[in-house]
Design a protein around this ligand. Structure first.
Ligand code: 1AE
Length: 410
């Protein structure tokens, strides 16, 4: 529908007239009132009026929430909001988000709105090129135990992670500017460790350094990190807002991939009744705002997202969307090598396997933690299976990981 952005809501109510509710939203969030307007004014306001496209009613379903609900689609004229995500989100789910049991499930933005969003600068293919890995899933390691540690400790942690054969290393999202490991010095130390490890492994890697601080300083901080040698950045998108991500990603001088962290997402997507659906929150909006990689919980780890929702996030990052590049899905939290077969079964090879505790907690140490993952990925791709592969000479790291965490088979 040219010139309109379409919002899909799920609205729960045991008694409501859902058609009336839908009209109330379409009018209330656009021109305010309609029936009371004089005819002359109606003609003038018509172009600003929201339109109810569909109302699909569902009887109470005991297998879901046990309540009656409706899926409602409403089209909002682009004319009503400026071409930025805060304006769009406030239009479609500002006051409405506080008005009873209603959840925003999806947004289909118009081509005209999307034209203001270049999306991921590198995308999945670009990230693959930077690390020079075309076919297999990538492996990312997460710094753990960073607060209160000094630079030499951090540098050694980085080196051990890099030796394990990971493709990316990300800062812990709770590492902010601090005296022991300030941003630029941290980048210099870690990139130095990356070069040292590369001389041994022959492998390129990206270090996603956490860009933090007041919103007004984010772009400067990113540029400082890049000048110090950073080749990727990590960003806590939801605490700043999508527009902050968009500002970083569309900035030509910030010419490194951006990994979006999902911190705070749990305040929005898990309720069936309220908030924003996971595939929109962590999928479509992250991609539109320019994330090259997006972290989100997996269906199997320590922070669990139901599988259907999880795969919907993956699709939102990978399926065609307004000519935008795709974003790398990074299912995360509580991942260990015994989950790799499930990850590749559900996500295919276009996925980043990401682990913190599953690497640093390896019984033979951090470097062996990375090696165990790489062995698990290879064994899954060559079809030999983890248990068989663990018996092979050279795969002792995988064997130890399986002893420690087991293999999850569904
Ligand atoms: C969903 C985000 C995961 C994350 O940032 C993180 O730190 C995970 O750590 P582990 O792998 O659970 O130790």
């Amino acid at each position: 529908m040219t010139g309109y952005c379409i919002a899909t809501y799920r609205c729960f109510d045991d008694k409501a007239d859902f058609h009336k509710k839908a009209t109330g939203i379409a009018v209330g969030l656009t021109v305010g009132s309609w029936t009371e307007l004089p005819e002359a004014q109606k003609a003038e306001m018509e172009k600003h009026l929201g339109k109810v496209l569909s109302v699909e009613e569902h009887a109470a379903d005991a297998s879901k929430t046990g309540e009656r609900y409706a899926d409602i689609k409403i089209a909002y004229p682009d004319l009503n909001f400026s071409k930025d995500l805060p304006a769009l989100l406030v239009t479609v789910f500002g006051k409405l988000s506080m008005d009873g049991k209603i959840k925003l499930l999806d947004l289909e933005v118009s081509d005209s709105f999307a034209s203001g969003f270049p999306g991921p600068k590198f995308g999945l293919e670009g990230v693959r090129s930077l690390v020079d890995v075309q076919k297999r899933p990538l492996l990312m390691s997460i710094f753990k135990s960073v607060i209160g540690h000094d630079m030499s400790n951090l540098k050694e942690q980085f080196y051990q992670q890099a030796l394990g054969g990971v493709d990316l290393i990300k800062d812990d999202e709770i590492l902010f500017e601090n005296e022991l490991t300030p941003l630029e010095k941290r980048v210099e130390a870690c990139m130095d460790a990356a070069r040292k490890a590369e001389r041994e492994t022959g492998q390129k890697l990206l270090y996603a350094v956490n860009i933090t601080g007041p919103t007004s300083k984010l772009a400067d901080n990113a540029r400082k990190a890049i000048a110090a040698g950073a080749n990727a950045i990590l960003f806590n998108v939801l605490s700043y807002g999508y527009d902050a991500l968009h500002e970083l990603s569309k900035d030509a001088s910030i010419n490194v991939p951006i990994a979006a962290h999902p911190a705070m997402a749990g305040a929005s997507y898990p309720s069936p009744h309220y908030g924003i659906g996971a595939s929109l929150l962590l999928g479509k909006l992250m991609r539109l705002a320019g994330a090259d990689l997006v972290l989100f919980p997996s269906p199997y780890g320590s922070v669990v997202m139901p599988k259907e929702e999880n795969l919907a996030v993956k699709h939102a990052l990978l399926k065609p969307l307004h000519e935008l590049k795709t974003s790398f899905p990074v299912p995360s939290a509580g991942i260990h090598p015994g989950l790799v077969e499930l990850i590749i079964r559900d996500f295919g090879t276009d996925v980043v396997v990401n682990a913190g505790g599953g690497i640093h907690g390896h019984p033979m140490g951090t470097a062996a933690g990375g090696q165990a993952f790489r062995q698990a990925i290879d064994a899954t791709l060559d079809g030999s299976g983890l248990r068989e592969a663990a018996k092979r000479p050279g795969n002792e790291a995988l064997a130890a990981a399986i002893d420690a965490w087991g293999i999850r088979e569904e």
